[in-house]
Design a protein around this ligand. Structure first.
Ligand code: AMP
Ligand code: GLY
Length: 431
């Protein structure tokens, strides 16, 4: 590990990337932290600078690394990973933390992942993969409601239909396979058994072989309070999540995470990066895989990194060097809640260009507002995406963290702003 000051590039422009850049900039060995393209929050974060290169501009990012003599790249979102950004950077001799394209298949193709999990006996919902409608619909008639239909490829978290209604399920299958919905991402579909239970996110840092779990967290995917309304990218998250107690975490590592990392390596798809497993915990406590992501979750990252006391830069360098075994992570005992402030009409058709006020309010070190869909226009900050901000609060209890997160959220306003008022309540009800 070099002792010189490091130039780090974070790829992406959402809330996850703001949190990554903020945390990396705190490292005693961080020189400058660049974010491509970043947002209005990373533009003003201490030690962080935006560069105007898109997260999916692979040649532009390779050039940027040479121009700025970047020492380490950390890739936030899935699209550049699935497009092979890590492979391209490695070919150019750049050190990068993230999975190569072959390993990113675990998120880029749900059909691949289901077959992979079956090959390695990792627990997940029973399923079938289909690329023609007649066979898919034949299979669907043998399933019981609720029906679960998934587009195979990347669809920005929107490619899943869960419905009690057979006609709607049938329409989803036809629509996806005809290419009307999700384009090429829907050219194959997965039809799977519905899993009842409670969802949780389990994320580990992986160096190809060794896994180091991050603190547990739980996302809130539906847009409305009490898990009502349509699915979103995530309306808020908290950490730790009491549903994932020590015994269950050990079980998830033994039955899911380690077999997956071993299986990927055995199939020539060595995984290095953040490995995110979306879990369903059955009422009897059995964990099953709902999905894999090959990156950190958004908004899970924001509360998780608020709780991390260890140096993130050293951790990621150790992972790149295949030396995770020697690493341990320190977490504050405090809980953290992160509340997403969303734009009007999110998730259907979010409004953009509204002026955000209240961002200058300083509520002290126990709160932090991470930017996601924002952009600066002179001295004003405008909304520029569906999930605009994530207001985070730390507290000695989950209840106190929740209270602080909502104090931070309530200091902010913009036209049409909405948020859930119950982020963290599932954990409180369990306590
Ligand atoms: P995915 O993109 O695969 O995570 O699916 C999006 C959401 O759909 C998940 O977070 C779950 O809430 C729900 N979901 C997906 N698959 C299943 C399943 N087999 N059983 C129950 N709910 C599911
Ligand atoms: N919050 C869920 C995700 O990042 O996919």
């Amino acid at each position: 590990m070099s002792t010189d000051k490091q130039t780090i590039l974070v790829v992406g422009g959402g809330g996850r990337e703001h949190a990554l850049a903020w945390k990396l900039a705190q490292s005693p060995r961080a020189g400058s932290v660049l974010v491509a393209p970043g947002n209005a929050g990373t533009a003003t974060e201490a030690g962080v600078r935006n560069v105007d290169v898109g997260a999916e501009d692979l040649p532009g990012l390779v050039r940027l690394c040479a121009d700025e003599a970047v020492d380490l790249v950390v890739v936030g979102p899935e699209a550049p990973l699935a497009a092979g950004l890590v492979d391209r950077l490695e070919e150019a001799g750049v050190r990068v933390f993230g999975p190569r394209q072959a390993a990113a298949e675990l998120e880029a193709s749900k059909a691949f992942t289901k077959d992979f999990l079956a090959r390695h006996q990792v627990p997940t919902a029973a399923y079938g993969n289909f690329d023609d409608a007649a066979t898919a619909l034949q299979f669907l008639t043998n399933m019981a409601p609720p029906y679960v239909i998934k587009a195979d490829g990347l669809a920005a978290g929107k490619g899943v239909v869960v419905t009690e209604d057979y006609a709607e399920a049938e329409a989803a299958v036809r629509d996806m396979l005809s290419g009307n919905r999700f384009g090429a991402a829907g050219a194959r579909v997965v039809i799977e058994e519905f899993l009842p239970g409670e969802e949780a996110s389990f994320i580990a840092v992986v160096d190809g072989e060794t896994l180091l779990p991050l603190a547990s967290s739980q996302d809130h995917k539906r847009v409305g309070d009490g898990d009502s309304g349509p699915n979103t990218g995530g309306m808020g998250a908290y950490s730790p999540a009491p549903v994932l107690d020590d015994a269950l975490q050990a079980r998830v590592m033994d039955e899911i995470m380690r077999p997956v990392v071993r299986g990927l390596a055995a199939e020539g798809r060595r995984f290095r990066g953040f490995l995110y497993c979306g879990l369903m915990i059955a009422p009897d406590g059995t964990p099953k895989v709902v999905e894999f992501n090959v990156r950190l979750g958004d908004p899970e990252t924001q509360p998780i990194l608020m709780r991390l006391e260890s140096d993130l830069l050293s951790l990621l360098e150790a992972a790149v060097d295949g030396e995770l075994e020697a690493q341990t992570l320190r977490w504050t005992e405090q809980s953290c809640v992160g509340v997403v402030l969303a734009a009007e009409h999110y998730p259907a058709s979010p409004a953009k260009g509204d002026v955000i006020s209240g961002l200058e309010t300083d509520l002290g070190p126990q709160t932090k507002v991470f930017h996601a869909g924002t952009r600066a226009d002179g001295d004003t900050v405008l909304t520029a995406g569906g999930r605009v901000l994530c207001a985070c609060g730390l507290g000695d209890t989950l209840a106190q963290a929740q209270e602080r997160a909502y104090v931070a959220a309530d200091a902010i306003s913009f036209r049409g702003m909405h948020c859930r008022r119950d982020i963290g309540s599932r954990g409180l009800n369990r306590d």
